[in-house]
Design a protein around this ligand. Structure first.
Ligand code: CAA
Length: 261
């Protein structure tokens, strides 16, 4: 980030080892325009390279996590404009983040907003959260992973219904169908995300990194390929001080102090 971002607020140490990024276009329900997505990609890259950060939370506000890609910015574009702008290439940068990302969601998580929280590694929602892929209602379809990640998370039946009708699901339905990790009262959703982030931040950062990579690899590989990938990452962790610390702490009946080395 060469200058202060306009549409996101970044707090690198919101809590020790935990960074917070708040999407901040409240009047537009955090519609994800090109600038915001570029700022988000750049911020994640910086936080990913910051050794003091072990877990990242992305949030919006009580009314909206994000109501989708910015329809006003896209409305007049031609197919060739879209091809040249290639707005979703920004999302590839987000996907590359090695540290775990938790989406703390309240209110609308629609279209690109739902896709953004599905690009994160875990989702903590307030009981007011609404998830949906309503692009069909504006003559298009999901373009940032909605047909893929939603289907893998909730299965074909519900994904097909959501994508073809644009219907929203509640936080409880999202929890029941495996889309999100937990639902809490609206005043607690950020605290709950921080609680989860703290649990992760207390683990070995190298272990967390390779474990995240291995879980994500399950989406792109056969079982045998995934098992080989997992096994190599497991063996690799024996090169870390954290492995020695973690196992010695267990044997010595004390809490481990992981340094990320
Ligand atoms: N893009 C641009 N502006 C948006 C927006 C979006 N996705 N969503 C909301 N806004 C704007 C509204 O235009 C409105 O602006 P004005 O005050 O200037 O009119 C402001 O945010 C507040 O919105 P509403 O008045 O509509 O608020 P509401 O509470 O009545 O309704 C809503 C909320 C149901 C979320 C409604 O805003 C809505 O349907 N938004 C669009 C949802 C959508 O279709 N998302 C998919 C976008 S396409 C996409 O995301 C493609 C992809 O795969 C990445």
């Amino acid at each position: 980030m060469s200058s202060t971002p306009e549409f996101i607020i970044v707090t690198p140490q919101y809590e020790p080892h935990i960074a917070l990024i708040q999407l901040n276009r409240p009047k537009e329900l955090n519609a994800l325009n090109l600038q915001l997505m570029g700022e988000l990609r750049d911020a994640l890259k910086i936080l990913d390279n910051d050794d003091s950060v072990r877990c990242i939370i992305i949030t919006g506000n009580e009314k909206a996590f994000a109501a989708g890609a910015d329809i006003k910015q896209m409305a007049g574009k031609s197919a060739i404009d879209m091809l040249n702008i290639d707005q979703f290439s920004t999302w590839d940068g987000i996907k590359k983040t090695k540290k775990p990302i938790i989406a703390a969601v309240s209110g609308f998580a629609l279209g690109g907003g739902c896709e953004l929280c599905m690009t994160c590694d875990m989702i903590v929602a307030s009981e007011t959260a609404k998830f949906g892929q309503p692009e069909i209602k504006i003559g298009v379809m999901p373009g940032a992973g909605g047909t893929q990640r939603l289907t893998k998370a909730v299965g074909k039946a519900l994904a097909m219904e959501m994508v073809l009708t644009g219907k929203f699901i509640s936080a409880d339905e999202a929890l029941k169908n495996g889309l999100i990790n937990r639902v809490v009262p609206v005043e607690l959703y950020l605290n709950e995300a921080v609680k989860l982030a703290k649990e992760i931040a207390a683990q070995s950062p190298i272990g967390v990194r390779l474990a995240k990579e291995s879980v994500l690899n399950a989406f792109n590989s056969t079982l045998d390929e995934g098992l080989i990938f997992e096994r190599k990452n497991f063996y690799l962790l024996f090169a870390s001080d954290d492995q020695k610390e973690g196992m010695n702490a267990f044997v010595e009946k004390r809490k481990p102090d992981f340094k990320g080395k």
